[in-house]
Design a protein around this ligand. Structure first.
Ligand code: ZN
Length: 196
């Protein structure tokens, strides 16, 4: 079983000619392993949230990046002992790059390739005691702070993403996640239960 905590809810605001954004930052714990998914952009807030839990940056074993856009990946390097994991590989501080087998090493946390928003994009899936199958989706699902989150299946599937690379692949990724997950933590916006 995997424990999870949202350290920072993902946000995205448009302000005149610029944006303020950070991905959802999620802490996962399985056995003795501590994992940060998408460390985002807000260094101060992230360090404060870790401190509240008596966790130091050196205590993190893995940093998973759902994709390499900087609003998700900017702070990946602040965890001095962590290996970085993406949709296909595990990266170490000595420069070693290895393929993974579809799971975060030494855990049962599944890394599923979910193309569409980006060509190289993955989402995480794991079983939680209280919430069932939980998904950290990255930007397969995301909203501006100013938007209402319409959670009916058709809107979730077809919703247009201004930054998508391939709309058909994005719809397919959304379909897969909605079919398997009970609860989804989006890249930006509030987590939601999947209506079954
Ligand atoms: Zn994003």
């Amino acid at each position: 079983m995997v424990d999870y905590e949202i350290l920072i809810q993902g946000y995205a605001k448009e302000i005149n000619d610029y944006q303020i954004a950070s991905s959802a930052v999620v802490l996962l714990k399985e056995n003795s392993k501590k994992i940060i998914v998408d460390p985002g952009t807000n260094r101060k807030l992230l360090l404060d949230e870790l401190k509240k839990r008596s966790i130091k940056t050196k205590d993190i074993d893995y940093v998973v990046l759902t994709h390499s856009h900087a609003d998700h990946a900017l702070l990946a390097g602040i965890f001095e002992n962590a290996q970085v994991v993406d949709d296909g590989c595990v990266y170490s501080w000595n420069g070693k790059i290895e393929n993974h087998d579809g799971f975060i090493p030494q855990t049962d946390i599944k890394i599923m390739k979910t193309k569409g928003h980006d060509e190289f994009h993955c989402s995480l899936l794991f079983e939680n005691e209280n919430d069932g199958m939980v998904c950290v989706s990255g930007d397969v699902f995301w909203w501006w702070d100013s938007e209402d989150q319409n959670l009916d299946r058709k809107s979730l599937l077809e919703r247009k993403d201004p930054y998508e690379k391939n709309h058909d692949e994005l719809i397919e990724s959304r379909r897969i996640l909605l079919d398997v997950a009970d609860l989804i933590i989006p890249g930006h916006g509030k987590m939601f239960k999947v209506k079954k």
